[in-house]
Design a protein around this ligand. Structure first.
Ligand code: FAD
Ligand code: UDP
Length: 367
């Protein structure tokens, strides 16, 4: 009845469905949630598009991907410029001349570089092996202690020495007065929220909600000769090599009777003793002028099977376990694995779209 069964209606599944439909194929998507769109899903509250699974800012350097998403919905000019609150003091992010001035009153790049060099001169880090060493070698001890260590250890529930270095390299370090959180050429939020993007991708494809693939695997497998699987790869293989670890989040959402609570879409709380990592004020993603506001406190938590697996923990042990699952996946003839959970990678949205388009091209050919 269908050419493809797609497990998961997030960006990976939705891009695959759109591209398959374009090529005359019929897909069925199932999703265990009660809505489509995966983690980019937004819910309208008081006329504000609330990012239900945490702040999502689209950014890419790839014009093809930017044009692709803009063909479904126009993006606004939002530029992410979060601030960090450490013990009541505010600092600009990412780490740039504004941050260095706020911390040390230095005014030139040479002065800032000299402070950092002085702070790390005795550490002798030549080849950073973990997040702590990487952070110290990039920005020195002050920034590490005030803006990185506490945030990182509550976000990941692990010592910064036990985390991979690449995680901190997501953040730019700049010796210019530029608070843009990303270096990419293109950045923005879809006008009207992300649902416009996923609805555009899913238009004309049947989506069944509240259906979990693992509740009736045989039945779902019988519906189509080929499967696109975007759920947890370890679960697909019955955890035979052990469970992969994930970090989860608890979102504490409130509607407030004020039109502007914090003046920024994102404020990070970088000290260890505050249990949440950041407060999102959703209206600022779209320059909202509604009379009320909606805020969300993000509380990190370990994934325990009862909450959502949001972040893969790409340390050495988990990566080795993943490799074993990947070897099985590579032998499958009729299953395509894709997305953040099936590829066990800390992918952003543009990378998911890039990965889906690449898999589409490999599978169908470039035409
Ligand atoms: P998902 O969106 O997770 O979709 C997978 C879908 O599969 C889900 O709907 C799930 O319910 C369904 N599913 C899973 N298992 C089953 C099953 N067994 N049966 C049926 N359905 C199943 N990216 C950015 O570019 N910018 C950002 O600012 C950004 N911020 C983020 C903030 C947070 C807190 C998080 C968690 C992620 C963020 N991302 C950001 C990353 C972005 O969310 C992902 O790259 C992207 O949404 C992943 O798409 P996906 O299709 O792989 O997975
Ligand atoms: N990070 C930090 N302090 C901050 C913001 C980020 O130390 O104020 C570190 C932290 O380890 C985090 C990583 O940088 O996990 C990546 O941050 P990003 O904002 O990219 O995380 P995401 O939006 O994916 O949660």
């Amino acid at each position: 009845m269908y050419d493809y069964l797609i497990v998961g209606s997030g960006l990976f599944g939705a891009v695959f469905a759109y591209e398959a439909k374009k090529r005359g194929k019929k897909c069925l998507i199932i999703d265990k949630r009660d809505h489509a769109g995966g983690n980019v899903y937004c819910e309208s509250v008081e006329g504000i598009n609330v990012h239900k699974y945490g702040a999502h800012i689209f950014h890419t350097n790839d014009k093809r991907i930017w044009d692709y998403v803009n063909s479904f919905v126009e993006f606004n000019r939002y530029t992410n410029t979060p601030v960090a609150n450490y013990k009541g003091e505010l600092y600009n992010l990412p780490f740039n001349m504004n941050t260095f001035y706020q911390l040390w009153k230095v005014k030139t790049p040479a002065e800032a570089k000299a402070v950092i060099a002085d702070q790390i001169k005795d550490l002798n880090i030549t080849d950073p092996q973990n997040l702590e060493e990487q952070a110290l070698s990039l920005v020195g001890t002050d920034i590490y202690e005030k803006l990185i260590k506490g945030y990182t250890e509550k976000q990941w529930g692990r010592d910064a020495k036990d985390l991979p270095a690449f995680i901190i390299k997501r953040l730019p370090v700049r010796f210019t007065y530029d608070n843009n959180y990303f270096n990419d050429t293109y950045q923005g939020i879809p006008n009207g929220g992300y649902n416009k993007l996923t609805e555009g991708l899913l238009e004309g494809t049947e989506v069944r909600l509240n259906e979990n693939y693992f509740d009736n695997k045989e039945y779902y497998n019988s519906l189509a000769p080929q499967i696109v699987f975007t759920g947890k790869i370890d679960q697909y293989y019955d955890y035979q090599f052990g469970k992969l670890q994930y970090r989860s989040l608890r979102f504490d959402q409130q509607t407030l009777d004020t039109d502007n609570y914090q003046g920024s879409a994102l404020v990070n709380y970088t000290e260890r003793d505050i249990p949440y990592t950041r407060i999102i004020e959703h209206k600022h993603f779209e320059f909202g002028t509604q009379p009320k506001t909606v805020i969300t406190h993000e509380h990190p938590a370990e994934w325990d099977g009862s909450n959502e697996p949001f972040y893969p923990i790409n340390d050495q042990l988990n990566n080795e376990t993943y490799k074993k699952y990947k070897e099985l996946a590579d032998q499958e003839q009729n299953v395509i694995f894709g997305g953040r959970l099936a590829e066990y990678r800390y992918y952003d949205m543009h990378q998911i779209i890039g990965s889906a388009l690449k898999k589409v091209e490999t599978h169908f050919g470039t035409k």
